[in-house]
Write a protein that binds this ligand. Structure first.
Ligand SMILES: *Cc1c(COP(=O)(O)O)cnc(C)c1O
Length: 374
């Protein structure tokens, strides 16, 4: 007679008759995403707290938005085919290599859901984009953070060394939000060479269009040579569509198909799709990139002004500057906001200030001069 199986499935936990729905432990422990401060009603302040584009939408984009608004009783194009086509052409890749989402933060979540199983490790720099620890925890992954160096640069050799057999993803933020520096071509090459080819390297290029450092890598070129490299991009910053939420990933067709499969159906609204397509039209794009040039010129003016005041800050290639104030962060942020400048403090670490309108940047220089003597 075969013996009765002795392994019993564990009894399900008893339901508490009047208990609350338990939240997942990972969710309970999530750090909050702190949005940049907003102006109160009637307050006259400059908002340099969210790395937004200070320019309003182009007339041609507003027109596309208005036209799309009349059609919002219909579902959007599920796969955003026309937008994907436009982005693929823009990036110089095929349609099968592009997937869009409700902001690149959503695309990142979809990427992690595509490759991360419970307990898998995700290596990322810190301090870096505050959405990373949240996205990793929600995906059920385990965060492995590697400190940026004293100059606010990613330590890619240390990140490569942090890869273990449990690692599934390495996140590379370049330029790094909030510190500003880019990784260099050779550093990225060395990282990709050092990690196993079954570990996904996500290169977050949210500020790509602001980069002027000739040593910065060409992400598409690297991605084309390495199936385990995927690029994360957005229309929120250079293209000024933060309020409409359009982000995308560029990667291998196999990975992209996987990301599509987990993506929220109809994740990019019809209005957002039409606005993004209008922004990618050659004339609109040229005008938008001229605005980026003007912001980069303002960045140069701010960086030179700060250097003249004696500041030695990380070398920014993005639309923001970083002041590593450490313990003085909250006090300095309060001084800025009293002067009418909304900045983004990271308590105990530093303050990020976006490059904005000329007058706002002038005010930053004035506040920074006062910070020097504080
Ligand atoms: C702003 C930003 C994004 C873009 O987020 P969206 O969801 O596309 O608005 C992505 N990564 C980094 C590092 C950012 O700073």
């Amino acid at each position: 007679m075969p013996e009765e199986p002795t392994t019993e499935t564990p009894a399900p936990a008893a339901h508490a008759p009047h208990g609350h729905v338990p939240l997942r432990e990972a969710v309970d422990a999530l750090p909050p995403y702190v949005p940049g401060a907003r102006a109160g009603a009637g307050e006259r302040v400059w908002k340099l707290s969210s790395n937004e584009n200070p320019y309003p939408p182009l007339p041609s984009v507003l027109e596309a938005i208005a036209a799309a608004a009349t059609e919002t009783n219909r579902y959007p194009d599920m796969y955003a085919s026309e937008l994907v086509e436009a982005l693929a052409e823009h990036a110089g890749v095929s349609r099968e290599q592009v997937v869009v989402g409700n902001g690149s933060v959503a695309v990142l979540a979809h990427i992690l859901q595509t490759v991360v199983d419970a307990g898998d490790e995700v290596v990322f720099p810190w301090r870096s984009f505050e959405a990373y620890p949240i996205a990793v925890a929600v995906a059920g992954g385990t965060a492995v953070t590697v400190p940026v160096d004293a100059a606010g640069r990613l330590d890619l050799p240390a990140m490569a060394a942090a890869v273990t057999p449990r690692t599934r993803v390495v996140l590379v933020c370049t330029p790094n939000n909030p510190t500003g520096p880019v990784v260099h071509r050779d550093e990225l090459e060395d990282l990709v060479a050092a990690v196993p080819s079954d570990v996904l390297v996500v290169v977050d290029e949210a500020y790509l269009e602001f980069v002027r450092d000739p040593q910065a890598p060409d992400g598409v070129e690297v991605m084309n040579r390495h199936e385990n490299v995927v690029l994360l991009r957005t229309l929120s910053k250079a293209y000024g569509l933060a309020g409409l939420r359009v982000g995308y990933a560029v990667g291998s067709p196999r990975l992209v198909a996987g990301i599509r499969a987990v993506s929220t159906p109809f994740g990019v609204s019809h209005v957002a799709q039409r606005a993004a397509i209008a922004s990618l039209q050659p004339a609109a794009q040229a005008e938008l990139l001229e605005r980026v040039d003007a912001l980069v010129a303002e960045r140069t003016r701010v960086v030179e002004g700060l250097a003249a005041q004696g500041w030695e800050l990380p070398e920014t290639q993005a639309n923001f500057v970083w002041f590593p104030f450490g313990e003085a962060t909250s006090a300095r942020a309060a001084e800025a906001s009293a002067a009418g400048l909304l900045v983004r403090p990271f308590a105990g670490d530093g303050i990020r200030v976006s490059i904005g309108e000329r007058e706002a940047n002038d005010l930053l220089l004035e506040v920074a001069r006062r910070w020097r003597t504080a």
